[in-house]
Design a protein around this ligand. Structure first.
Ligand SMILES: Nc1ccn([C@@H]2O[C@H](COP(=O)(O)OP(=O)(O)OP(=O)(O)O)[C@@H](O)[C@H]2O)c(=O)n1
Ligand SMILES: C[C@](O)(CO)[C@H](O)COP(=O)(O)O
Length: 236
């Protein structure tokens, strides 16, 4: 393991959302992808990554689906109650990591809605992290426009140094908990909370199939990518 990570490594998985943009009638993390729920895909991948001590999942207080999943009783899975926002949910889970793993623990925060994350990308993230953490991301390949309130172009942004943030995002648990203790309204990922503290996390290139299932057309896309990953691995 990277010597920067001096304590135990935990995964934190925010999974207390309602999936409004998916318009599926149930929270998107419980939709089925090739015979398993998105939740089962994501957790089975994290559980198969040996350096992870255990996985703390933030679920909604009134989530009736979570207790029905066999993975919910896995010995390396611990559920906590999520919060109003993704950041609140992550903070609740990191609090549990600090109780279980102590002040030296590190956390790998990964969206439940990203079931196709490659273990090789998680390995690259661990190998590349500095003391200031690291996140998976991808350099943008489109031209980037800034819009006005009237949805007309204000200006074209220089895309040379523009990346899309993905997850996992890797940070020391104690520092992340502290960073998530302020106003979280503008915090849509863990790195933005750390940046407010002056941290400059490393950006590690991931794969474009690490999609966040967000809108209806993402499900068939996820099915395509899952089949392609399966073929790449020789059907393993
Ligand atoms: N209060 C919240 C909101 C979101 N999440 C989780 O954060 C991840 C990324 O959030 P997003 O894709 O926005 O999921 P939802 O909030 O469910 O989607 P929507 O915004 O369409 O409702 C998801 O795994 C979601 O379950 C969470 O744990 N707690
Ligand atoms: C954390 C994240 O997946 C990085 O791109 C993204 O910010 C989550 O946004 P959401 O609106 O909570 O899905």
């Amino acid at each position: 393991m990277n010597p920067v990570i001096r304590g135990p490594l935990y995964a934190v998985v925010p999974a207390a959302g309602v999936g409004q943009r998916m318009k599926a009638g149930i929270p998107k993390q419980y939709l089925t992808l090739a015979g398993k729920t998105i939740t089962e895909h994501t957790l089975q991948r994290l559980l198969s990554f040996a350096p992870i001590e255990s996985v703390v999942v933030a679920v909604s207080a009134d989530d009736p689906w979570w207790p029905t999943l066999p993975v919910a009783t896995h010995r390396r899975i611990h559920a906590v109650t999520g919060g109003e926002s993704r950041a609140d949910s992550v903070r609740n889970a990191v609090a549990q990591v600090l109780m279980d793993g102590g002040e030296d623990a590190w956390v790998l925060v990964h969206d439940m809605a990203r079931p196709l994350v490659r273990l090789s990308d998680i390995q690259s993230l661990l190998a590349a992290t500095t003391e200031q953490g690291a996140i998976l991301g991808l350099p943008v390949v489109d031209t980037i426009k800034q819009a006005g309130a009237d949805q007309r172009i204000e200006k074209t942004l220089d895309r040379e140094f523009v990346w899309r943030a993905l997850t996992p995002q890797l940070f020391p648990a104690a520092a992340l908990y502290e960073a998530l203790s302020g106003d979280l309204a503008a915090v849509t990922d863990e790195a933005s909370a750390m940046e407010r503290q002056g941290w400059r996390p490393a950006l590690v290139a991931g794969h474009s199939d690490n999609i966040k299932i967000t809108v209806p057309e993402d499900l068939p896309l996820a099915r395509f990518y899952l089949a392609r990953q399966f073929e790449e691995q020789g059907g393993l």
